[in-house]
Design a protein around this ligand. Structure first.
Ligand SMILES: Cc1cc2nc3c(=O)[nH]c(=O)nc-3n(C[C@H](O)[C@H](O)[C@H](O)COP(=O)(O)OP(=O)(O)OC[C@H]3O[C@@H](n4cnc5c(N)ncnc54)[C@H](O)[C@@H]3O)c2cc1C
Length: 334
């Protein structure tokens, strides 16, 4: 292991495996430090549940074929391929009835290009109409809005830097009083949104289920605009279902291959205990075994709450035992 890199990345999870490739592409030497024995974080697959099978331990349903990194690092050539089932979302209800949603779009080429799929839309509309005509009409209106504006706005929102404060971002620009997405929606809870958009219990349930599993938002949480568009698209099968061949871990494997090709060094069983700082700048890391690794750039892939929590604990421990840590460690913010 080198004792210095241009950039060190904390954690070897999904986001770290992406950013490491971009840092290396920018010409930096990069070291990734992961505390567990496996890279990928929640983008991980392994043996099970029966002998001879592979299962995803966490993330299951991904669309990495649409991520800029898929093209930027030619991840298809690195072995990441997808299959696209026609059936999209399904739910069985207590009374034995069931709903199956069909994709509104189909992936038509190897780089994620899509085309509208009229048959899928007709099937979804018919499936919803069996429960509620009002909700089937809502499906048509939301689908038209998604097709005309939301889909593009969602992509721009995800993959471009935020505009300056005060300038509406691509999703905020969709809000209109009396329109399908109104300003008040950005402050509503998951439950309120489910009742505002849908008349029947079936789609309300499906909406709340999608919010929980895909946005981590429970019925009384505020979902926000990004969550709303995302969860509506899931509920109504507006995006194609997609499964990575070999499981979600195939995303990690392809990214790591692309990173290694560009010189990234990945270190597992390497927990980061502390971020070093000098003159108000992060200047490296200390591993669990005390090893120091210097860097011009320290990138945390641990998520803000975890990073701040562990920095705060480090600070508190340092204050209790010595004169303080303000000059010897830096927080995620700095
Ligand atoms: C149960 C579940 C289901 C999900 N389903 C989906 C899905 O179907 N589709 C989808 O797109 N997304 C899904 N997600 C979300 C997706 O998995 C996450 O958004 C993504 O994994 C987050 O990536 P990350 O790099 O921020 O964090 P993680 O992938 O969690 O990676 C963080 C990494 O940091 C490491 N680490 C922590 N502390 C240290 C330390 N001190 N030193 C070194 N390393 C450290 C951890 O071991 C881990 O490897 C799901 C998540 C979960 C939990």
């Amino acid at each position: 292991m080198a004792d210095r890199y241009d950039a060190v990345v904390l954690g070897g999870g999904h986001h770290s495996t992406i950013i490491a490739c971009y840092l290396a592409r920018a010409g930096l030497s990069v070291g990734v430090f992961e505390r567990s024995g496996r890279l990928g974080g929640a983008a991980l697959s392994g043996p099970g549940p029966l002998r001879g099978y592979t299962m995803n331990h966490y993330s299951h349903w991904t669309r990495f074929y649409a991520h800029p990194a898929y093209r930027d690092f030619d991840l298809r050539a690195e072995g990441l391929r997808y299959v696209f089932p026609e059936g999209n979302e399904a739910m069985v209800f207590d009374d034995g009835s069931a709903f199956v949603g069909w994709s509104a779009y189909r992936v038509v080429d190897e780089v994620g290009g899509q085309a509208a799929w009229a048959e899928g839309m007709a099937r979804t509309e018919a499936a919803i109409r069996e429960f509620s005509s009002v909700d089937a009409d809502t499906y048509l209106r939301v689908r038209d809005g998604y097709d005309a504006e939301w889909k593009q706005a969602f992509g721009r929102h995800r993959y471009t830097v935020p505009p300056p404060w005060g300038t509406p971002d691509p999703l905020e620009a969709l809000m209109r009083e009396g329109g399908l997405i109104e300003p008040v929606h950005q402050f509503m809870s998951v439950r309120q949104l489910a009742y505002d958009f849908f008349a029947g219990d079936e789609l309300r349930t499906l909406f709340m289920r999608a919010a929980t599993t895909s946005a981590g938002a429970y019925p009384d949480d505020v979902l926000g605009l990004q969550g709303l568009v995302h969860v509506l698209a899931l509920t109504l099968s507006l995006e194609p279902a997609a499964i990575a061949v070999g499981g979600t871990g195939a995303i990690t494997d392809a990214l790591v291959r692309a990173g290694r090709r560009r010189g990234v060094e990945y270190h597992t069983h390497a927990p980061v205990a502390r971020i070093l700082g000098a003159d108000g700048r992060a200047s490296g890391i200390v591993l669990g075994d005390g090893t120091r690794v210097g860097a011009d750039l320290v990138v945390s892939g641990l998520g803000m709450p975890r990073r701040c929590w562990s920095s705060w604990r480090t600070c508190r421990a340092a204050r209790a035992s010595t004169t303080g840590c303000a000059t010897s460690t830096s927080t995620a913010a700095s």
